[in-house]
Design a protein around this ligand. Sequence first.
Ligand code: UFG
Length: 324
Amino acid sequence: MNILVVGGAGFIGSHMVKRLLVDHHNVIVIDNLSKGFRDAVLCDSFFEVDIIDKVATGKVFANHSIDVVFHFASFIEVGESVKFPEKYFKNNFEATRSLLDIMVQFQVKQFVFSSTAAVFGNPEYSPIDEAHPKHPINPYGESKLMVEKMLEEFDKEYGLKSVSLRYFNAAGADPQGELGERHNPETHLIPLVLQAASGRRDAISIFGDDYDTPDGTCIRDYIHITDLADAHIRAIEYLRKGNQSAAFNLGNGKGFSVREIIDAAENVTNKKIPIRLHGRRAGDPATLVADAKLANKVLGWKPEFTNIRDIIQHAWNWENKFPW
Ligand code: UFG
């Protein structure tokens, strides 16, 4: 199949490209390189294009017979989205609309969308299943939910079929050590903890230890990047069989607190990790854990790296390769 990966130079997109190449697909990548890295793209067909530019995006579609589009390109920082909402609505919503318009123009009807647990807002119950109310509490989550809603309309109007995959906390790195997380600036817990372990950072700040959780720190559901890539493969198989558009939550169904992550990282790295207690970070729910039974039932998806030690070990191997 000819698969277009939008945002294929980023963290999740680059791992996806690797998996698609292993599966012998023909992969074409579009990325504007605002966050991604050209050298993380393992396929030959690469176009430095911003999907908001319909002319440039249209040229890529005109020159390749695209069967399926994966869309990873978005801004992902919750705090930044509160400060600069327009940036999020433009990049995450308007640019996606532009991409969908091109898909309709070229009659490409299968789309896999990177959505997020942030569409749910503050959990009303846990673990969070697909039926959970969706009340995002920041522009990031709102921009993703708006795309999910737009996809419903594009299905009704143009027969564009989609799967929205709502990631909980994407983590880990390519088990072969070829790729990993390279956000700049880095804001995610596991890479920051590992930077404190390697000495690239003097300490890890714990953002709040007075939450209503057993040790007072926030609980998240960390899901390995390779398992996320596998869910996308299953999502295309699902769409290729002619199934209806759908959305799935992706996580391990098990939460770890910030302190548990630091303890596990000390274990994996065999290093003492200095801690600094900090106030709460705005917009952080106490607990976010996925109920991923639907993905298991419908897609047959079963995460392989459910042990947090493996997730941290792969991220640690990557950290040890710095500078990338
Ligand atoms: N944390 C710290 N110290 C840090 C960094 C993070 O204590 O230096 C804490 C956070 O407060 C949070 C937890 O670690 O409680 C995880 O934080 P991350 O920033 O790693 O991840 P988030 O849960 O905030 O965000 C992730 C994705 C978002 C997505 C969200 C969906 O990065 O894109 O999950 O729930 F929206």
